[in-house]
Design a protein around this ligand. Structure first.
Ligand code: IMP
Ligand code: MG
Length: 179
């Protein structure tokens, strides 16, 4: 594992290493396991960034799950475009079901608040949210995240599913932009 990496024109330094992330994911799963005993929730993975967090998290669960994927797009380069497009929707009916939304990161909260709004139209029995990362200083929408991995400063990060112009998703650790 290297302490600094370069993706296209930008340099990044190590921020959360693989072991730190895995330990925290396991801790979150323990919390969720206690809350969903005897249930079969729908795990709603918000693509693309959450695919790795979702894959790791659900393998620590001790209850059965149904996994679904949705995809929105609001990011270009290192900044949110503020416009959201739904590219891929739900296949399973969520009416009367418990849903856990899985996000990689909540930045302004725009993506997740849209996802919640859309989902609630379909009358799920309950909706909870987990996000591996949360940038409290960037938050512009009233979003309550039930299970947060790490609260981080308002810095651009890559790795563990998160990308810079589609690169870096495969990195097992999380890196932050170097000034
Ligand atoms: P929001 O709508 O502003 O909350 O942004 C959420 C989405 O933007 C996340 O699901 C990520 O895909 C992306 N994003 C936000 N911050 C970062 C970052 O620091 N690095 C990479 N992607 C990010
Ligand atoms: Mg995302």
């Amino acid at each position: 594992m290297s302490n600094s990496i370069k993706l296209k024109d930008k340099s990044f330094e190590i921020y959360l290493d693989e072991a730190t992330i895995q330990n925290r994911v396991r801790e979150i799963a323990i919390e969720i396991n206690a809350d969903y005993k005897g249930k079969t929730p729908i795990i709603l993975c918000i693509l693309n960034g959450s695919f790795i967090y979702t894959a790791d998290l659900i393998r620590y669960f001790d209850f059965p799950v149904i996994v679904e994927f949705v995809r929105y797009s609001s990011y270009e380069g290192t900044e949110s475009s503020g416009i959201i497009t739904k590219i891929l929707g739900l296949k399973t009916a969520v009416e009367g079901k418990d849903v856990i939304i899985v996000e990689d990161i909540i930045d302004t909260g725009f993506t997740i608040s849209n996802a919640i709004k859309e989902l609630k139209k379909e009358r799920p029995a309950s909706v909870k949210i987990t996000s591996l990362l949360l940038k409290p200083d960037a938050l512009q929408h009233d979003v309550h995240c039930d299970y947060v991995g790490f609260r981080i400063p308002n810095k651009f990060v890559v790795g563990y599913g998160l990308d810079y112009d589609e690169l870096g998703r495969d990195l097992p650790s999380i890196y932050k932009l170097t000034k």
